[in-house]
Write a protein that binds this ligand. Structure first.
Ligand SMILES: NC(=O)c1ccc[n+]([C@@H]2O[C@H](COP(=O)([O-])OP(=O)(O)OC[C@H]3O[C@@H](n4cnc5c(N)ncnc54)[C@H](O)[C@@H]3O)[C@@H](O)[C@H]2O)c1
Length: 259
């Protein structure tokens, strides 16, 4: 992954947990954080892939930052708590949390099975809920910042995306409740809603990298986004530059929702 992350000096020395960190947008979050001197707890269902990602990105660490890879399933509360506890044991602090792990699947409203529907909601909605429940006690009195990864699918209706879109709309809505209840503790909770981003999740739809030209031309900026463009936005939401921003979902879609 070649990408020059944005710089936020205040992040240096902090500790942030990232779920779904093995590849795609999650991998970009890890790179963006360690280049800013942030210690990262990198959690993913795919244990060997997240270990390899941590190893590969090790040489990108700046200002003494460290990456700790961990096997986790975001649908299990105890895995989130293990991630938070590890952060505290290893670095003595937890300042940020990114609920990024995701799964995708296309199916019509009449064909979607209960298992598919449940999986989307467990990974995205329950995952974001468990993540916050584990992060808050570990953040303690010093507060912190949490970012949920929603999707443009929360706003734009496309056939055969009902289960995914409903779960991402729920994440966007849940973010507001988390922000309202945690604001008095000094914890900000925001979300990002990426549009089409060039990752394995997107290419699983078309069977090849990128998107058809017609889809690209419907985006005002005339291209799909890169994982790093989502991560730069997440860095902003984690940093003190957004210290009066909470309960907000920042859309990162090249303007695609306005077509
Ligand atoms: N790529 C896009 O165009 C796009 C657009 C909008 C939103 N998003 C969202 O961005 C996030 C990252 O997407 P991506 O494109 O990088 O996907 P990706 O498929 O490339 O990576 C997702 C990662 O999440 C991990 N994961 C899946 N289920 C998990 C679980 N139960 N526990 C822990 N880890 C798990 C996977 O192993 C994988 O490493 C997702 O939440 C996705 O819904 C992506």
């Amino acid at each position: 992954m070649t990408y020059e992350p944005a710089a936020f000096a205040d992040l240096k020395g902090r500790t942030v947990a990232v779920t779904g960190a093995a590849r795609g947008i999650g991998e970009a979050h890890v790179l963006a954080l360690v280049r800013n001197g942030v210690n990262v707890l990198a959690g993913d269902l795919d244990e060997s892939a997240v270990g390899a990602t941590a190893e590969r990105l090790g040489e990108q660490c700046r200002h003494g930052a460290t990456i700790v890879p961990m096997s986790m399933d975001v649908t299990r509360a105890k895995d989130h708590h293990a991630l938070a506890e590890r952060a505290f044991q290893r670095f003595g602090t937890l300042d940020g949390w990114i609920n990024n792990a995701g799964v995708y699947g296309l199916n019509g409203v009449l064909e979607t099975s209960g298992a598919e529907f449940t999986r989307m909601h467990e990974v995205h909605v329950l995952g974001a809920s468990f993540g916050v429940q584990a992060a808050v006690p570990a953040m303690g009195a010093s507060g912190g910042a949490i970012v949920n990864v929603a999707s443009i699918a929360a706003y734009v209706v496309r056939a055969r995306s009902g289960a995914y879109s409903a779960s991402k709309a729920a994440v966007e809505h849940l973010t507001k409740f988390q922000a309202v209840e945690l604001g008095p503790r000094g914890i900000r909770v925001n979300a990002v809603a990426p549009g089409m981003i060039d990752t394995g999740m997107l290419s699983s739809l078309t069977g090849e990298p990128g998107m058809p030209q017609s889809a690209v031309e419907a985006v005002p900026l005339r291209r799909i986004g890169t994982p790093g463009e989502v991560s730069d936005t997440v860095l902003f939401l984690l940093s003190d530059a957004s210290r009066f921003v909470t309960g907000h979902t920042l859309v990162v879609d090249g303007g695609g929702r306005h077509r």
